[in-house]
Write a protein that binds this ligand. Structure first.
Ligand SMILES: C[S@@+](CC[C@H](N)C(=O)[O-])C[C@H]1O[C@@H](n2cnc3c(N)ncnc32)[C@H](O)[C@@H]1O
Length: 326
């Protein structure tokens, strides 16, 4: 493959799979949820949506599944075929190359769907739509989905130094006024790790998604939030993250991508505010967050955060478009 092919097929290169596989919180949680529940997998048919290198398919086969079908539209599946064979799963795992929405699978009904579909800010470039399609088309009534719940959170942070470096930098570039870029930079949420000590407020749940019942329309939403400050401080940004859980398992498995938890490749998402907000301990910062797929490119997200703190209020439109990862 050439670099043009890799640009068109972002999952084709082994590097992105290396990053996901080495994310031990991510991959270890899936392994625990599947391998520690052989009673759920024994003699069951399993569909792995977006199987990549086949790791989740192999966990399911090890947990006793009767047959696993893994589907992926990326050329990485050519490597998955070799990996499945090298590990002795050729008879248990069938791999299909193609886009789930456009492909007929060799099995028409599955007991379990497994998928790692989460994107930055949970929903950016996420393939949850594809998992919901797979559920509606292929899951037996009462079938299980791994994972089956995702929860998004918001809090507010003090982030003076980094805001200087990333946003206010554009005010003066080698003595020149670049401030036209400042507004664009501010509207692109930043995917980065944030230390817990930067968090000034209690977190608030933004959105809970039950993957066994969610509809595509639920992924466009406006939700209110109320953040109570834990100290007197300044606020420079909102911070969002998500948790994922496998509630259908006996010993519940879950993981968090929050600032209090171990590093994951999803990090957290930072939304800088144009003005610095001053807040006192016990004071509330209230607002609403709206999220919708962009109309021209539905992999991008349009996010609006409107907020009030004391006398101060503002509303900012953000765009997540893939260029904002640190
Ligand atoms: C986040 S990766 C997960 C890979 C693997 N399951 C793992 O856990 O390491 C998602 C994979 O889904 C595939 N994918 C995304 N949308 C798809 C679709 N509509 N149909 C088939 N595969 C898809 C991508 O090519 C990518 O390999």
């Amino acid at each position: 493959m050439t670099s043009r092919d890799y640009y068109a097929d972002s999952y084709a290169h082994f590097g992105i799979h290396e990053e996901m596989l080495k994310d031990t919180v991510r991959t270890g949680s899936y392994r625990a949820a599947i391998i520690q529940n052989p009673h759920l997998f024994k003699d069951k048919t399993v569909l792995d949506v977006g199987c990549g290198t086949g790791i989740l398919s192999m966990f399911a086969a090890k947990a006793g599944a009767k047959h696993v079908v893994g589907i992926d539209m990326s050329n990485i599946i050519d490597q998955a075929v070799k990996i499945i064979e090298a590990n002795g799963f050729k008879d248990t795992i069938t791999l299909v190359k193609g886009k789930l929405e456009d492909t007929e699978l060799p099995i028409k009904e599955f007991d379990i769907i497994i998928s790692e579909w989460m994107g930055y800010f949970l929903l950016y470039e996420s393939m949850l739509d594809t998992v919901l399609d797979a559920r509606d088309k292929y899951l037996k009534p009462g079938g299980l989905i791994f994972p089956d719940r995702a929860t998004m959170y918001i809090a507010a942070i003090e982030d003076q130094d980094y805001k200087e470096e990333k946003i206010n930098f554009w005010d003066n570039v080698y003595g020149f006024d670049y401030s036209c870029i400042k507004d664009i930079a501010l509207r692109e949420p930043l995917v980065d790790t944030v230390e817990l000590k930067a968090v000034v407020t209690d977190p608030c749940i933004l959105k809970e998604i039950n993957i066994t019942t969610a509809k595509k329309e639920d992924l466009t939403f406006t939700t209110p939030f109320r953040l109570k400050s834990t100290r007197n401080d300044y606020i420079h940004a909102f911070l969002a993250w998500f948790d994922v859980s496998f509630d259908c398992t006996h010993k519940k498995v879950s993981f968090s991508t929050g600032p209090h938890a171990k590093y994951t490749h999803w990090k957290q998402t930072v939304f800088y505010t144009p003005e610095t907000i001053t807040i006192g301990a016990g004071e509330d910062l209230t607002g609403t967050l709206s999220c919708a797929p962009n109309l021209r490119n539905n992999r991008d997200l349009d996010i609006t955060i409107s907020y009030q703190c004391g006398e101060f209020s503002d509303s900012v439109d953000y765009k997540m478009n893939g260029s904002n990862r640190i």
